[in-house]
Design a protein around this ligand. Structure first.
Ligand code: FES
Ligand code: FES
Length: 171
């Protein structure tokens, strides 16, 4: 049976998803809400940053089922049932992900606004391909903007992380 003309659109069911390994059920999420909006505003996860809001700077990058994705342009309901990882779920002080540890060691930040995106993008790449060459790393990060011009330190950090992750694969 089809809805009659002028009927209210049916309410969306609660949004179910896994965030940083925890099941979340969020009621009342508007159809137009982005994943970034619910992560920051409903779940208090401020690792992913709002930069351009257009999918063009990378500041909001998260992993969806292990793949780097731009949370500012993904409809929240579009990831129902999927596993989302934010910077907070990648690692924590004392148990950093190798990419986070390398960024800290290399002091690869000025203002730090781009770092969430750089770290999440690099972590997804190196998990997939710990052998990634410098050219591959540069290509992967080419869509992540850094207005402070910290690119050399960022590249060094990612290469440092790659060495560490290759060693982990071997051991
Ligand atoms: S804020 Fe998402 S890509 Fe810029
Ligand atoms: S360190 Fe400031 S935007 Fe990259």
């Amino acid at each position: 049976m089809t809805a009659s003309c002028g009927a209210e659109p049916s309410a969306l069911p609660p949004l179910q998803l896994q965030v940083n390994g925890q099941a979340q059920s969020l009621a009342g999420v508007p159809r137009a809400a982005t994943l970034l909006h619910i992560l920051r505003n409903d779940l208090g996860l401020n690792g992913p940053k709002y930069g351009c809001g257009l999918g063009q700077c990378g500041a909001c990058t998260v992993h969806v089922d292990g793949v780097a994705a731009r949370a500012c342009v993904i409809p929240a309901h579009g990831v129902a049932g999927r596993a989302v990882t934010t910077l907070e779920g990648l690692g924590a002080r004392g148990d950093w992900h190798p990419v986070q540890a390398a960024f800290e060691e290399a002091q690869a930040a000025q203002c730090g606004y781009c770092l969430n995106g750089m770290v999440m993008q690099a972590a997804a790449l190196l998990t997939r391909d710990p052998q990634a060459s410098e050219a591959r790393i540069r290509g992967e990060l080419s869509g992540n903007l850094c207005r402070c011009g910290t690119h050399i330190e960022i590249l060094e950090a990612v290469q440092r992380a790659a060495v560490r992750m290759r060693a982990e694969v071997r051991s």
